[in-house]
Ligand binder design. Structure first.
Ligand code: B12
Length: 403
């Protein structure tokens, strides 16, 4: 099961669990999603299915929003308390868990086994041991990275996929890891600091599997879809040659060309997102970004010209950026929405949530900052007038989008 969000949110299909289920053909597997069906669905499933083990995927710790932060740990705790009467083994993993594995294990003694990292090899091994009547020696396992050329495909049929098809709720993964090492980011901790690509035919196979069940859209969950460029071009060309009949979205950086965007559109892309995060050279350098602030406008305009909707993410409070940078971001937002289409151009301004195992966290630790660690939310908070303006913007936005 995936740990529930505890509030109404756009449903996200548990892609990690689908990959794991794909490797468990020797076992009898079934899934529940208490985000959609409530905690009662877990209790009912335990009673009716009487499993030997329960695997919980903890994806998120909090929503990384400042000044109001939603914690996903409370709904996780609710799920764990349901498992106190359960006689079998409780196994927890997932990206949120992996970033804070020790802390979460210490808080929740009911967790028998924690698996930090990718579960494709480790989970079947642990389940085989349980079936043989033993548990691994250590309660916390640092899992090896999966060999993406040899794993079996994810199982998109573990839950009713149609319930996730709106709003890019279904994910497709073509690569893991990230070579770019942005200062706040955990992707290289989670998946390694180079891109590890899946065979293109495996990715196309996943898309075929999805289109056989659900007709809507999907999102490439890869960190930067247009890198490495050779792999990206081969993949989108293959999709354009035989379009999947589904619309899709992906995250890009500003090195994407006009031609790339046109091929993507021909291949079914309808939305792309950019994460320049900063708007000045200084701000980008401080975040370790390789995007070019000068190229951003031209890439957003080119994407719109190819008929794609565009999202742009900025952060406020970046080192080296103050009030004038915030005003530039707001001006970018207005210019983009007014000139490129109000309803198809989105600009989000958020804050940097400092996660453990990021470069920023190491720097703060070395400087003796954040003595309470990074499980309680730590942010790069904007200061002075920027903070006031940002709070007002959030109030306006949250008021409009209250679930
Ligand atoms: C794509 C993505 C999104 C997309 C999802 C689109 C889609 N249709 O799937 C969108 C934009 C919707 C999104 C939203 C959010 N996201 Co997001 N997202 C990601 C991203 C980039 C990839 C996730 C993914 O699908 N991975 C692919 C699958 C195959 O991998 P996996 O889930 O990690 O599973 C593997 C392992 O973790 C493990 N595993 C997983 N579960 C289990 C369970 C067990 C028992 C075991 C043993 C192992 C195991 O094995 C799996 C196979 O190897 C990750 C970053 C990353 N690189 O992981 C962030 C990430 C998960 N997101 C994050 C956040 C904060 C959010 C939001 C809260 C942001 C917001 N403010 O709204 C929301 C929450 C939405 C929600 N309800 O879950 C954070 C969570 C960090 C944390 N500690 O809390 C991450 C880690 C990014 C970061 N900032 O570091 N996200």
């Amino acid at each position: 099961m995936q740990s529930p969000t505890g509030r109404r949110e756009q449903p996200v299909f548990p892609l990690g669990l689908a990959f794991l289920a794909g490797q468990l053909d020797r076992f009898d597997v079934s899934a529940v999603d208490p985000s959609l069906d409530g905690t009662e669905s877990v209790v009912r499933a335990l009673e009716s299915r009487r499993p030997d083990a329960v695997a919980v995927s903890l994806r998120n710790i909090d929503d990384s929003s400042w000044p109001r932060t939603w914690s996903y740990l409370d709904p996780f705790e609710e799920i764990i308390s349901c498992l106190y009467g359960f006689p079998g083994t409780v196994i927890v993993g997932g990206p949120g868990f992996s970033i804070y594995a020790r802390e979460i294990m210490a808080r929740h003694p009911r967790i028998d086994i924690g698996i930090a990292g990718e579960g494709e090899e480790a989970l079947p091994e642990v389940l085989s041991r349980i079936a043989a009547g033993s548990l691994p020696e250590s309660a916390l396992i640092e899992a090896p990275r999966a060999d993406l050329a040899s794993i079996s495909p994810p199982r998109y049929d573990i839950l009713d996929l149609k319930r996730y098809e709106k709003g890019f709720g279904i994910g497709v993964q073509s690569r893991r890891g990230c070579a770019f090492g942005c200062a706040y980011c955990t992707y290289s901790f989670l998946g390694g600091s180079s891109f590890r690509m899946r065979p293109i035919r495996a990715v196309l196979g996943d898309i075929r599997a999805i289109s056989g069940i659900a007709a809507g859209s999907f999102q490439f969950v890869d960190s930067v879809f247009n890198a490495p460029a050779g792999y990206f071009r081969e993949l989108v060309r293959a999709l354009a040659d035989d379009p999947p009949g589904m619309s899709w979205g992906a995250w890009l950086d500003t090195s994407v060309t006009d031609e790339d965007l046109a091929v993507m559109a021909a291949a079914g892309a309808v939305k792309v997102d950019f994460s320049p995060d900063a708007i000045t050279k200084k701000g980008m350098r401080s975040l370790g970004k390789r995007d070019d602030p000068g190229a951003l406008w031209s890439r957003v305009r080119a994407a719109r010209r190819s008929g794609l909707s565009v999202g742009v993410n900025f952060f406020v409070g970046n080192p080296g950026e103050g009030l004038s940078a915030l005003l530039l971001k707001v001006a970018f937002m207005l210019r983009a929405r007014l000139l490129l289409g109000w309803s198809r151009t989105f600009v989000n301004i958020g804050t940097v949530r400092v996660y453990a195992h990021s470069h920023l966290a190491s720097e703060m630790e070395a400087a003796g900052q954040a003595p309470g660690g990074f499980l309680p939310p730590v942010f790069l908070e904007p200061k002075g007038l920027s903070a006031y303006l940002f709070r007002s913007y959030r109030r306006l936005r949250d008021g409009r989008h209250e679930p």
